[in-house]
Design a protein around this ligand. Structure first.
Ligand code: GLN
Length: 537
């Protein structure tokens, strides 16, 4: 396809309707028809990126190959499409304004008054178009964060209006809205949808397709009513019924013909037959597990599922790949401090200690590692989880009393985890970490090598602290081996314990790279180890 087509996805009535999943599902369907697709998220908040937002505010911060700290929806995009995203795929209002203000300071606007229209809207439009300028795509799907009617999303909607006016058929708007069920009346109600579409129309944008999130099926009468009130064809009213799993949504959207409706409206002939047999095979395995395993996820944000989104999804992929149901028990690390690891972790077939920042709950995480190590339970430590494994080994095996990370104890006599020299000079909080993809060389004859089946791997990072090489010899002599390193700077990326059934700590975040098409080998193998533990128990 020569002209890139731009699809915008807006939301109405309520937040959390699943714009990200609808966008990712549409991308998957178009991709299965042979089109090249990318997905982008425009976030209306003023932070430059979500890197400085705490997980209570915004859930997980997802990290891309190029080291951008982004919205967790980008994780869905990658998991569904199996295509890497980049900084250009997540733009915030803060980033837009920063760029405009920097240009103003440089005199780029040649003395003119800098205004929301056209300067901010031009900057938004060029951020959307930029994606396909570097790397041609047939479709750019842009999800606009927030809900139509929010003051902060006005410039984005205005940019959509302008693009539609300038580019005609090459631009299409999908509006995702809620059709609530009133149990007292026993009816689905279309009025909120009508109002939210009216609001979009007031802002000059006529949606082309309306996707209705609903708990009950829409009948023809309702579809006809929504079509009539909202100025779209009846075939453009798409039902999005609550699904058992987010991974059902591409199949549901295919049944509702979302992809062919999009193609029809932008005048692209529907040539290829859609082949999503790989996806269906994944779902078949996901829904027909042969057995189950129990894995504990130890962290301090356990009440907040979104904080560990990518880890949880990686377990879904790894579970399906093993045809095993993975039951995750979220265990609060502060609770371990109060009640002890044995009480909370007994009976688990695997223990994962999560990434994180700050001291709260750290001793609970260290106790969880000890419990896994001593009881020979498969253990995976990610980032801070790996650092906890190192601290635990130092304290309890090497007998280095009060060993710690200098993130938590600057006075520790044994700083087994320490800040990198290069990071010491940096101040401020935003973007000051080791971020994005780095290569890692694996030791032959290691478990890591067995798992990856490759000597050189690439994984994504987001941290400031590192294993302190000063102690490496002592660790290796006692059985904790560094089996993966970033050679350019001699940084330890993976540690393993030899005489343990499965004990791996990784300084990087494998969870960012697990997709439906490519479940991450570390997770797949961890689940396998948990299954073995269960069978041998
Ligand atoms: N807080 C640790 C560091 O900065 C670990 C970070 C993480 O787990 N992502 O190194």
């Amino acid at each position: 396809m020569s002209n890139t087509k731009f699809i915008f996805v807006t939301g109405g009535v309520s937040s959390s309707l699943g714009k990200g999943i609808i966008s990712a599902s549409l991308a998957k369907l178009l991709q299965s028809r042979g089109f090249k697709v990318t997905i982008q998220k425009l976030d209306p908040y003023i932070n430059i990126d979500p890197g400085t937002l705490n997980p209570y505010e915004h859930g997980e911060c997802y990290v891309t190959e190029d080291g951008a700290e982004t919205d967790l929806d980008l994780g869905h995009y990658e998991r569904f499409s199996n295509e890497p995203t980049s900084q250009a795929n997540n733009i915030t209002t803060g980033r837009i304004y920063l760029s405009v203000i920097e240009k103003e300071r440089k005199g780029v606007y040649l003395g003119s008054t800098v205004q929301v229209i056209p300067h901010i809207t031009d900057e938004i439009k060029s951020s959307v178009k930029l994606l396909t300028e570097r790397n041609h795509y047939d479709f750019v799907i842009t999800e606009i964060g927030g809900t139509v009617g929010d003051i902060e999303s006005l410039p984005y909607i205005e940019a959509v209006r302008q693009m539609k006016w300038e580019m005609g058929k090459d631009v299409l708007v999908i509006h995702l809205t809620l059709v609530p069920y009133l149990s007292a009346a026993g009816e689905l109600k279309t009025k909120p949808t009508q109002h939210s579409v009216k609001m979009l129309q007031e802002q000059g944008v006529q949606p082309d397709i309306i996707v209705c999130r609903t708990e009950h099926h829409l009948n023809d009468h309702l579809r006809e009513k929504i079509a009539r009130f909202c100025n779209v064809a009846q075939s453009s009213v798409i039902e999005s019924i609550d699904a058992e799993s987010i991974y059902d949504v591409p199949i549901l959207m295919r049944q509702e013909k979302l992809d062919t409706e999009v193609l029809k409206l932008i005048n692209v002939p529907v040539e290829n037959d859609l082949d999503i047999s790989d996806w269906e095979e994944f779902l078949r395995k996901l829904k027909n597990p042969k057995t189950e395993v129990n894995i504990a996820l130890v962290g301090k944000y356990v009440e907040l599922k979104d904080a560990y989104k990518s880890i949880l999804e990686s377990f879904v992929h790894a579970g399906a790949s093993n045809q095993v149901k993975v039951n995750i028990r979220m265990v609060h690390s502060e609770l371990i401090e109060k009640q002890g690891a044995a009480k909370l972790l007994k009976g688990m077939n695997g223990i994962l200690v999560a990434p994180g920042f700050g001291e709260r709950g750290i001793e609970g995480k260290i106790s969880a590692v000890r419990f896994a190590r001593e009881n020979k339970i498969p253990f995976l430590g990610i980032c801070l989880g790996m650092q906890c494994a190192v601290i635990e080994f130092a304290r309890n095996v090497l007998k280095l009393n009060n060993a710690h990370s200098t993130e938590f104890d600057l006075q520790t006599p044994f700083p087994v985890i320490d800040i990198m020299e290069a990071q010491k000079k940096i101040s401020g909080m935003g973007g000051t970490m080791r971020l994005g993809s780095y290569d890692c060389k694996l030791k032959p004859n290691s478990r890591a090598f067995d798992i990856y089946q490759s000597e050189l791997i690439h994984e994504r990072h987001r941290h400031r602290f590192e294993f302190n090489n000063h102690f490496l010899e002592k660790f290796e002599a006692a059985g904790m081996i560094a089996t993966g390193t970033y050679q350019a700077e001699n940084l330890v990326e993976i540690v393993e314990i030899k005489n343990h059934p499965w004990f791996i700590g990784v300084q990087f975040h494998p969870e960012y790279k697990s997709t439906v098409a490519n479940p991450h080998p570390l997770f797949v193998n961890f689940v396998k180890a948990a299954l073995k533990q269960k069978q041998e128990e």
